[in-house]
Design a binder for this molecule. Structure first.
Ligand code: NAP
Ligand code: MG
Length: 501
């Protein structure tokens, strides 16, 4: 049923209760109205209906949030021990699980992703991120050093929290991205001003409430909802913010980096776009490869920064693999994520659907062959058919640019050497993720070395584990989230040198 209405959904009582509340900004542990009194609608991308409202912040609200975060950083939060921080993060993980039905429904309603994925992928990933980072809270240490300067020395390093951090999120994985940002910042001892995407503010607001329930002091997590062009700029230009962590498009990332530099030279980390290659060799387990290829581009309607959007298949198996992927795409069920048995929900907005459709049209005009899909679906809701294009290559927009929709470009390669294959995979300004499908260990490892991406997967396209660093080469970003490496983003090193004699 493509043309569902919001009233067709059956909501958990906790979800209904949350939606009925008037959502304010979360500042200093309280839900408060925006100073200017403005509110904005929140939409369901499947029915296009507005189903609740949130406060719309202005720069003055950001000032209040930054002041609260600063007070907490220097006050209550500074007195919390690492062990207590770890316990609070573990308690967050438990609360995420106990409130999982509500959080999953809010994520589904707001982002459009099918409910079963919100439950099985998002809730699991979010709780796991808090648990993983809880462990780090007690393990952030410095070193002792042996200086060669004349005299006798005691020298060591302290690893200290960077301070008040501004965190700006995208709409594709609102809750996961919030967890990726909040959990390590808190493990490191920072305080937060968080801006969810305009389209998807709900789960970030709910997480901030759960944080209070977990015993995290007021002012440690502040959430401001509103327009990126207004409060995003207020955050990135704010003299009271020490560091910005951003996930979103490369274009906005460049703008943010400029603001961070020209304001107070605040530190900045960026998780940006991708155009990730998937490379399939003839010796691969082809059934697993076909499932992995389809999953990598059609999961969440392709609105995944690491989506495997450029497929390279060896010519010996090209027809077989690409036909199987196209058949799989044609069999996927598209519809509202809140109704059962859908594999793909809508894309986030009318503008996003138009952008995806414009790419498909441009692809056709530039000579691509549409093997399956290629149409927008339904009278209501921003649905796009899973689409497989052949006959694409460098110089075509569908090949070169991030579409952020369910559109795969399939290409073939021959018996060229690994350097040549890597060169094709690397012919992109992006370098976020990649996957190699082969049973040949030598090919897998040699190609993994040659591919310019922050993540290389072998015989899978996804490796969603909190312990693995995640981030981009080239224009896919600066810095690594997840893993121990993310702590570098939220801490700074101080060298202490003591001249003993
Ligand atoms: P976006 O347009 O860059 O927006 C991301 C966030 O930045 C939103 O909260 C947006 O606010 C805000 N923003 C917009 N203008 C701003 C400004 N001038 N100053 C500060 N913040 C501003 O990206 P998106 O459309 O939400 O997401 C799609 C993109 O994100 C894709 O390119 C995708 O690859 C990338 N992405 C990357 C990762 C990763 O981990 N590398 C993960 C997910 C998504 P508004 O919503 O209010 O406009
Ligand atoms: Mg955008």
């Amino acid at each position: 049923m493509l043309n569902a209405a919001f009233k067709d959904y059956s909501l958990h009582p906790a979800t209904a209760a949350f939606l009925a509340r008037a959502h304010g900004l979360m500042i200093d542990g309280r839900s408060v109205a925006a100073l200017a009194g403005r509110r904005r609608d929140v939409f369901d991308p499947a029915s296009e209906e507005a189903f609740t409202t949130v406060a719309e912040a202005s720069p003055e609200d950001v000032d209040l949030a930054v002041a609260a975060a600063r007070r907490a950083f220097e006050g209550d939060w500074a007195r919390v021990t690492p062990s207590q921080r770890g316990r609070m993060l573990n308690r967050m993980a438990e609360l995420i699980e106990t409130n999982g039905d509500e959080l999953a429904e809010l994520e589904c309603l707001n982002s459009g992703k099918p409910l079963q994925f919100c439950r099985n992928v998002d809730i699991f990933g979010v709780a796991d991120m808090f648990r993983y980072m809880a462990g780090w809270a007690t393990k952030i240490t410095g070193d002792t050093h042996n200086p060669s300067m004349p005299g006798e020395w005691h020298a060591y390093t302290l690893r200290q929290p960077v301070g008040v951090v501004g965190q700006i999120l995208p709409w594709n994985f609102p809750m996961n991205m919030a967890a990726w940002k909040i959990a390590p910042a808190l493990a490191a001892g920072c305080t937060i001003v968080l801006k969810p995407a305009e389209a998807t503010p709900l789960t970030a607001l709910r997480l901030a409430e759960l944080a209070l329930e977990a015993g995290i002091p007021a002012g440690v997590i502040n959430v401001v909802t509103g327009k990126g062009s207004v409060i995003g700029d207020a955050i990135t230009n704010h003299p009271g913010i020490d560091k910005v962590a951003f996930t979103g498009s490369t274009e906005v990332g460049q703008h943010i980096a400029r603001n961070c530099v020209s304001s107070n030279l605040k530190k900045v980390s960026l998780e940006l776009g991708g155009k990730s290659p998937v490379i399939v060799f003839p010796d691969a387990d082809l059934d697993a490869a076909v499932a992995g290829i389809a999953g990598s581009i059609f999961f969440h309607a392709g609105q995944v920064c690491a989506a495997g959007s450029r497929l390279y298949v060896h010519e010996k198996i090209y027809d077989r693999v690409v036909e199987a992927v196209a058949a799989k795409a044609a069999g996927l069920k598209v519809g509202p994520g809140m109704l059962p048995d859908h594999d793909l929900g809508p894309v986030i907005s009318r503008a996003q659907r138009e952008s995806v459709m414009a790419y498909i049209e441009k692809g056709r005009a530039e000579g691509a062959e549409v093997l399956t899909g290629g149409r927008a679906l339904g009278a209501k809701g921003h649905f796009v058919e899973p689409t497989v294009l052949a006959g694409t290559g460098p110089g075509m927009a569908v090949h070169d640019e991030e579409i952020f929709g369910p559109v795969l470009c399939a290409m073939r390669f021959g018996d060229e050497d690994l350097d040549a294959i890597a060169a094709r995979a690397n012919a992109s300004p992006y370098g976020l993720s990649s996957s190699i499908w082969t049973r040949d260990l030598s090919v897998a490892h040699r190609l993994a070395k040659r591919i310019q991406s922050g993540i290389v997967n072998v015989n899978t396209h996804t490796s969603p584990d909190a312990s693995l660093p995640y981030g981009g080469y080239k224009q896919s970003g600066w810095g690594r989230e997840r893993g121990a490496e993310v702590l570098d983003l939220y801490t700074q090193i101080k060298a202490v040198a003591v001249k003993l004699a």
